[in-house]
Ligand binder design. Sequence first.
Ligand code: ADP
Ligand code: 5GP
Length: 219
Amino acid sequence: MLRRPLAGLVAAALGRVPSDGMSGPRPVVLSGPSGAGKSTLLKRLLQEHSGIFGFSVSHTTRDPRPGEENGKDYYFVTREVMQQDITAGDFIEHAEFSGNLYGTSKAAVRAVQAMNRICLLDVDLQGVRNIKTTDLRPIFIFVQPPSLDVLEQRLRLRNTETEESLSKRLIAARADMESSKEPGLFDLVIVNDNLDKAYHVLEEALLEEIKKAQGSCHS
Ligand code: ADP
Ligand code: 5GP
């Protein structure tokens, strides 16, 4: 399902999200309930378009999951350190999610933009709203699970959550699904039922930005 503002109708007909008319590639924000498939989709974009995309590595106070690397998936920090950095003005946005702090540092976005790559951000709904008040002007994409039941199954199969954190994530998911209906909040909504299909909708939507980046990227 696609949901776009009126100004995007022509782009919608082409299966693309609207361009803002600026020359460089725009950043891309993926949001959506925990377990919807954002990281899976982002990782595939990074793999299949090597040198085109760069991930904005967020900071978080949550513990790393097995396989997650500090500096690659997140910067895993203490609340004390993160709070100090927030106070120092080092973050574009930050939010409390499921009992932990998450945030996008200015340095994380700059590092990707310095390479002229398309900056990919994975943030919650509070992050979306906060980024809307900045001059980052990204494309906002909501990744939606087919249903809350499927979401719960996927989170259980991922085997990363305690019952407590699972239940917090499902409560947040319900609210996110409602917020995603807000007119103009997202440029595109992708239902991640079949992974290949969802990936191809995402890739198609970003073709214009990918072409821009191909014309100017540095490896
Ligand atoms: P998020 O980053 O949004 O929290 P993940 O990318 O970690 O979500 O995906 C949650 C889990 O669901 C992972 O175990 C992933 O392999 C699985 N998954 C993602 N997309 C699909 C899909 N279309 N069908 C089935 N499982 C999926
Ligand atoms: P997880 O713990 O599953 O990696 O992430 C939990 C939630 O935090 C997800 O909704 C994810 O999008 C969000 N998130 C990750 N990084 C950031 C960030 O830098 N800022 C904000 N606001 N949310 C983030």
